[in-house]
Design a binder for this molecule. Structure first.
Ligand code: ATP
Length: 632
């Protein structure tokens, strides 16, 4: 039975009955509390008549409230023009006052009470009295309304819970993208291509008794196109795409995650062939019972429901479940066993050729200028994910629009790239000495990188503050690297020390500007020593005290499993590596001092130098290196 027709667990009285009862209860309470004790009628009399009664000795008591006098008579009498009979009266004392009133009252021995004047505006008074009650009633209604909305939504109604349950399955469409929209990622596309045939013609597969994988886990760094490939698969096969994010299950409502999973699978089975895509699978699929992710009951129930649903496939439904994660290391092993997410597809960051292809996909609708060189853009964006490249194209287009250009040129791409890598340009007031130190520092990095044989070539050097940096030296690898050779890493350490060494040699002191250089160099040297066996003294032993996350690159602390002695030897080897790197940097600077001065002057003048300008300053690297070899 569809959940929208399921009987409600809690019979709910009609809204208006509850509301009416509450209003009546509060109004009666108010009147009960505020009821006056005086029930006898009060007769309004003119002041002259009041004075007459006073002189006649007919007054028993008088209460004065500002200009109003109320009182009782000694006995009921006919007062006023209507000659009404009564004991209580009220009169208004003229505004000019009556100085003789009090002495007269005293002389007649009338009991006198005096109070501050009563508020004139009775309506206002009533409102003030009612205000707390109005607030309480409004709050009460709000609470009741909220509870009713989520309850009356039930498992399929129109309330928030209903909306939450149906949110993912309502307007489900067949995606209008195909594998042509996914650039690169050929291995991943190959892995999922065979499923297209199954989704298109499930009966053929069934007739042959072929078992098709049910669950596919897409793993890879953020922005590599996991969602994109899942949507493209549905688009290619022409099937419905049910998508939900793992974190949505654990959202607001406790106890509905499992229901939502059930609902999602039911809908998909009903409309099969279909694809269910669960993004951020790790937020529900973490190893159970470890306390990781909070040991959340709700999460575990949701996970159990997913496992049960995947087991429950009878083999007749053409439904494929795709999960995506960038934390495969924390997934519950039960999710990964055969019959569940047993096929694993890894999506890598795009290489140089793939980046060109992604650039082409995303610039289809962008009017590009003739000078745009996709190869060059791709070469300048190592480590960019597909999402980063999409963002780059968009940034470049926005910059062109800001300049009111009709086409997006290479300059916009360069500027967009610098913005994404180094941050937005900041306008800082920098003192001339500080600017000079900055130029010395960046020129130091540049010169050292230029003359070291294994360092990446210089791409750009700048002393324009961007993001968090005051200046930057940018190197670009000639080719993509998948492993890092020792020579390259040692040269890298020297480059990192180049800035600080130049400051010391040329200015005579160092500054805090090398903070990031030192931190990065120390981390690199530690990894070389404790993980990659690049220190003779330490040898090939794993002495790391933190672990890097496979896709996110974050460091995670590990329990230490080596002796204090080993830790001390690691520290010593790290210091030695860094010390040697600094010495090498100082030597290079001393050797090319004249060239360094040229570079500093140029940098101070132009603020940013590109590869060609640096080359013009420092001369031909090969002939310089030859000359220095001959000199040795
Ligand atoms: P996350 O792990 O953060 O959820 P994801 O791997 O699911 O990220 P997507 O959402 O699929 O990444 O990709 C983000 C955007 O990047 C997409 O809109 C897509 O346009 C673009 N993109 C990523 N990879 C590619 C690619 N290979 N080809 C074309 N576009 C891509």
């Amino acid at each position: 039975m569809p959940e929208s027709q399921a009987p409600l667990k809690y019979p709910i009285p009609k809204n208006w009955i509850i509301n009416a009862i509450i209003i009546i209860a509060f109004v009666s309470l108010y009147f009960a509390l505020s009821q006056k004790t005086v029930t006898e009628p009060v007769i309004n009399i003119p002041y002259s008549e009041f004075k007459q009664l006073l002189n006649d000795g007919s007054l028993a008591s008088v209460t004065l409230k500002g200009n109003v006098a109320e009182g009782t008579l000694i006995q009921a009498t006919g007062i006023g023009p209507q000659k009404a009979m009564g004991m209580h009266f009220k009169t208004r004392i003229p505004d000019i006052g009556d100085e003789s009133l009090l002495p007269a009252l005293e002389a007649r021995r009338v009991e006198v009470k005096a109070f501050p004047p009563e508020a004139e505006n009775v309506l206002w008074q009533v409102l003030l009295n009612l205000l707390p009650w109005i607030l309480i009633i409004a709050f009460w209604f709000w609470i009741i309304n909220r509870a009713q909305r989520s309850m009356s939504g039930g498992l399929g109604g129109k309330g928030e819970l209903g909306k939450f349950l149906h949110g993912s399955t309502k307007s489900v469409d067949i995606p209008d993208i195909t594998f042509d929209d996914v650039a690169g990622q050929d291995a991943a596309k190959r892995e999922v291509t065979e499923l297209i045939e199954f989704l298109k013609h499930p009966d053929q597969f069934r007739a042959l008794g072929a078992e098709v994988p049910r669950g596919i886990l897409l793993m890879g760094p953020p922005g590599t196109g996991k969602t994109l490939i899942a949507r493209a698969l549905a688009g290619e096969a022409g099937v419905k795409f049910y998508s939900i994010s793992g974190s949505e299950f654990i959202e607001v409502f406790v106890g509905v995650g499992a229901s939502r999973v059930r609902h999602l699978f039911e809908e998909a089975k009903k409309n099969s062939p279909a694809i269910i895509f669960i993004d951020e699978l790790d937020s529900i699929g973490r190893t159970r019972g470890t306390g990781l992710g909070g040991g959340h009951d709700e999460r575990e129930q949701t996970l159990n429901q997913i496992l049960a649903e995947m087991d429950g496939f009878s083999g007749r439904e053409a439904v494929i479940v795709l999960g995506a994660t960038n934390r495969p290391d924390v997934l519950d092993p039960a999710l990964l066993r055969p019959g569940r997410f047993d096929r694993h597809v890894v999506l890598e960051l795009p290489d140089r050729n793939d980046r060109v292809a992604i650039l082409k996909v995303h610039s289809r609708k962008v009017p590009l200028a003739d000078d745009v060189d996709m190869e060059q853009i791709s070469a300048g964006t190592p480590g960019f994910s597909g999402a980063d490249i999409k963002n780059l194209v968009n940034e470049a287009a926005m910059l062109a629009a800001r300049d009111k250009a009709t086409q997006v040129g290479m300059k916009c791409f360069d500027e967009a790239r610098d913005k994404l890598i180094m941050g937005t340009v900041r306008t800082l007031a920098i003192q001339p000495e500080e600017r000079h130190r900055l130029a010395v520092h960046e020129s130091g990095h540049t010169l050292v990188a230029y003359f070291l044989p294994h360092a990446d070539p210089i791409y750009k050097v700048s002393i324009i503050p961007r993001g968090r940096a005051l200046g930057a030296t940018h190197q670009l690898p000639e080719q993509e690297r998948h492993t890092l050779p020792e020579d390259y890493l040692r040269d890298r350490l020297v480059v990192m020390m180049g800035g600080r060494s130049a400051e010391r040699e040329l200015i005579g002191s160092v500054s805090s500007g090398a903070d990031d250089d030192i931190a990065q160099a120390t981390a690199l040297a530690r990894a070389m020593v404790s993980r990659w066996g690049m220190s003779k003294e330490i040898g090939p032993v794993d002495l790391r005290d933190s672990d890097e996350h496979p896709f996110l690159g974050r460091e995670m602390a590990l329990p230490r499993h080596f002796s204090e002695n080993s830790a001390m030897s690691v520290d010593k080897a790290v210091k030695e590596l860094l010390g040697n790197a600094e010495k090498q940097a100082i030597d290079l600077i001393a050797k090319h001092r004249q060239l360094l001065d040229n570079l500093i002057n140029e940098l101070e003048e132009h603020e940013t130098l590109d590869q060609e300008q640096v080359k013009a300053c420092l001369g031909d690297k090969v002939s310089q290196l030859k000359a220095s070899h001959q000199a040795q």
